[in-house]
Design a protein around this ligand. Structure first.
Ligand code: TRP
Length: 336
């Protein structure tokens, strides 16, 4: 009954790095051939924590440019920033009146982000998952590529859809399914194989940014933490060597092969041989994206047009769905 439609979102915050690219963006590019795809730069989500206005604007352009440079085709995929499509916030309110405090209280991301000073967290940070549900369901998306950290939010989206359906009409909303990536997409810090690569880590040498120059990429890989053991011939043997495992995972994701396949090529060798090849692979992948991204960022007027066009297309899908929600809820709608 529902066509296969993908929705996903990315926050416009700070520099994009290899973790974002291999964990999400590269996957988004691939999904374009099998699905109708809607990709959203979620600026409404970003302001659940304080943002500097100028930085928010720059980050929004950067993320848009990066997605386009990576291969999101804006004539097929719908690409836009969330705040230009009012239906997201509107549907989120309706969902705030469906979701229960008990459900939101279970969200581990809120607990982590709010930390000890929960009283000082914004209401928006708490309600973040109902906005995410609205993002997805405003388009009746059937599939959502998400990382591990967002699985719980997608579960909540399904709970909200189920509750809405049982209140107002079975099969009103589809129950969106996660798309789990094949290749190991969890990219870890280059300095600590147990913590995720992150833009908020203090040292820049923990991550590869998508705008790093070629020499810097080589240097960062050269200095990446490893050990003195040779590489084994299977991934299980790397369980206790998280840094080594991470580098093998990056290589596997870049070359679209399994980690075991990579190890069958490199087993017995040390990092002295592996690292330069990894750096070369990284540069081959990132340099063209970086160059294209800079070109795109030089023409903000064109980016504005692209995002507006995306927003108009997105809105034309979300508008009738929202009107229908309002109708089944019982709102009087004088227009439409
Ligand atoms: N919460 C997601 C993140 O922080 C971003 C996001 C917002 C999203 N809305 C979404 C992801 C809808 C998938 C679908 O990464």
């Amino acid at each position: 009954m529902f066509d296969a439609r993908v929705f996903s979102g990315v926050q416009p915050t700070g520099n994009l790095h290899l973790g974002n690219y291999l964990g999400a963006i590269k996957n988004w590019v691939g999904l374009q051939k099998d699905y109708e795809t809607i990709y959203c730069i979620v600026d409404l989500h970003a302001i659940t924590v304080p943002q500097d206005p100028e930085s928010l604007k720059i980050a929004t352009y950067e993320v848009a440019a990066c997605l386009i440079a990576s291969g999101i085709h804006v004539n097929n995929s719908i690409l836009f920033n969330q705040s230009q499509v009012p239906q997201h916030a509107e549907l989120a309110w309706l969902f705030n009146c469906v979701a229960r405090l008990g459900w939101l209280n279970r969200m581990t991301q809120f607990k982590e982000k709010a930390g000890k000073n929960r009283e000082n967290a914004t209401v928006g940070l708490y309600a973040y998952p109902t906005l995410m549900a609205a993002d997805i369901l405003a388009y009746k998306a059937t599939h959502v590529p998400v990382g591990d950290d967002q699985k719980q939010h997608l579960e909540l989206t399904r709970d909200i859809a189920t509750a809405f359906n049982s209140m107002f009409g079975e099969s009103f909303f589809p129950l969106p399914k996660p798309i789990i990536q094949k290749t190991a997409a969890r990219i870890m810090s280059l300095r600590d194989g147990k913590s995720k690569m992150s833009k908020s880590e203090e040292s820049d040498f923990t991550r590869i940014n998508l705008n790093d120059g070629d020499d810097l990429i080589s240097q960062k890989i050269k200095k990446a933490k490893t050990d003195s053991e040779p590489l084994p011939d299977n991934i299980k043997a790397l369980e206790e060597r998280p840094e080594a495992r991470n580098l093998v995972g990056i290589y596997a994701a870049l070359t679209s092969q399994s980690e075991d396949k990579v190890l069958s090529e490199f087993s017995g060798g040390g990092f002295g041989k592996f690292k330069p090849l990894l750096a070369e692979c990284l540069i081959n992948e990132i340099a063209p994206i970086r160059n294209e991204m800079n070109k795109i960022l030089n023409d903000k007027a064109e980016l504005d047009r692209i995002l507006l066009r995306g927003a108009v297309r997105a809105s034309s899908i979300a508008k009738p769905i929202l009107a229908n929600c309002k109708k089944v809820i019982g709102f009087v709608q004088s227009v439409n």
